[in-house]
Ligand binder design. Structure first.
Ligand SMILES: [Fe+2]
Length: 368
């Protein structure tokens, strides 16, 4: 047995944890920039709780609330300017994956005056500011990963930067913030979390320890996808989803993702499919490909989901996800395949997919 494992983030998972553990904030500094989206953190109470915690701790703050879905480099540079003006000592990301990932890039840029290219090439020298993450969706797991996924227009895709100092110092996880999430976002983000655990399990870098977390997360999500409905989803189910998503995040912090994310990115960039939905569309066919080299692993994924075979697994995803009616032209297929082959995470697959394999996955995902 051989592995290494790290999760340097201090996790507080509890109702009202922001309020209960506000002293964690003052330990990071006296001035904070909050990085969030336009509306959801105002509606779900998370921003209000954070501001109350700031005033309790005597922390000066400013709020950058312009993070869009799939944050652009332009946005993170604007927020970083605000952080520098405020002389922020730490950055708080509140929201789904987009604000939390943007917050990580802002933490880097606040201390490093570097170009977009140098940011993406990880050419920063000063340590990023400490990061606090408050997830308000259950999917990305960004609160416990060293990754920031950004939309890079000059590369025509989403790209990630990674760094040990991009692990949030603190994650506050309160499922109440996910309570009023629309159903389609609940499902898409749950499927994103599922893809993290699936890709981290059928992965060259998987270990006994990451497997434990991945299978637990897959079985929770499988059970919930079968039982919860739009009209009947409880706070404790939401809490389980948030927990499963966190487990998936801890898994990919060790293993990184694989072919599902690599192929999902162009579907999001060029077709605007939400991230989790894009992953869900190619998940079954990707598992068919992975089963060629790792049949036992894929079998364990299917069983943990509570399904008898991959067919049933695929049908379950189809049932819960919104239908996607996309047929790619030959030119689009060529482009998406090229983008997927350029993604470094495909090297984590037990058998690295070749060009023909990616075409096959597109075809078997009914995208052709
Ligand atoms: Fe993801």
């Amino acid at each position: 047995m051989q592995f290494n494992f790290r999760c340097p983030t201090r996790i507080f998972f509890d109702e009202q944890c922001v309020q209960k553990y506000s002293s964690q904030l003052s330990a990071l500094g006296r001035k904070a920039l909050v990085v969030t989206g336009r509306t959801s953190s105002k509606r779900n109470g998370s921003l209000r709780d954070m501001i109350a915690a700031f005033s309790q701790e005597g922390i000066q703050y400013n709020v950058f609330d312009e993070v869009e879905e799939n944050p652009s480099l332009k946005t993170v540079y604007r927020a970083a300017n605000m952080a520098r003006k405020l002389e922020a000592e730490f950055i708080v990301g509140i929201g789904g994956g987009s604000p939390m990932d943007a917050a990580k890039a802002v933490a880097v840029l606040a201390t490093n005056n570097i170009s977009e290219q140098d940011l993406m090439d990880k050419k920063w020298t000063a340590d990023p500011l400490p990061i606090v993450a408050v997830p308000t969706t259950a999917g990305t797991g960004s609160e416990v990963t060293p990754y920031s996924i950004l939309t890079v227009d000059w590369a025509e895709t989403k790209k990630s930067i990674a760094g040990e100092k991009l692990f949030p110092a603190v994650a506050f996880m309160d499922a109440r913030y996910t309570r009023n999430l629309p159903w389609n976002i609940t499902i898409n983000t749950a499927v994103d979390a599922l893809s993290h655990s699936v890709e981290g399990f059928v992965n060259n870098r998987a270990t006994v320890f990451s497997d434990l977390l991945a299978l637990e997360s897959i079985s929770i999500i499988g059970r919930l996808l079968k039982t919860m409905t739009e009209d009947d989803i409880t706070l404790s189910q939401r809490e389980e989803l948030l927990y499963a998503s966190m487990l998936g995040g801890i898994v990919i912090a060790q293993t990184a993702t694989g072919v599902i994310h690599a192929l999902g990115y162009p579907l999001t960039y060029f077709k605007g499919l939400p991230h989790g939905l894009a992953n869900g569309v190619v998940m079954k066919a990707s598992l068919e490909f992975l089963a060629q080299s790792s049949p036992d692993r894929v079998e364990q994924v299917v069983k943990s989901m509570g399904c008898k075979d991959l067919e049933e697994f695929g049908n379950l995803l189809k049932k819960v996800l919104s239908p996607v009616d996309i047929k790619l032209t030959t030119r689009e297929q060529d482009l998406y395949v090229a983008k997927t082959l350029q993604a470094k995470n495909i090297a984590n697959c037990p058998k690295k997919p070749e060009e023909k394999d990616i075409y096959e996955i597109l075809k078997n995902s009914s995208l052709v």
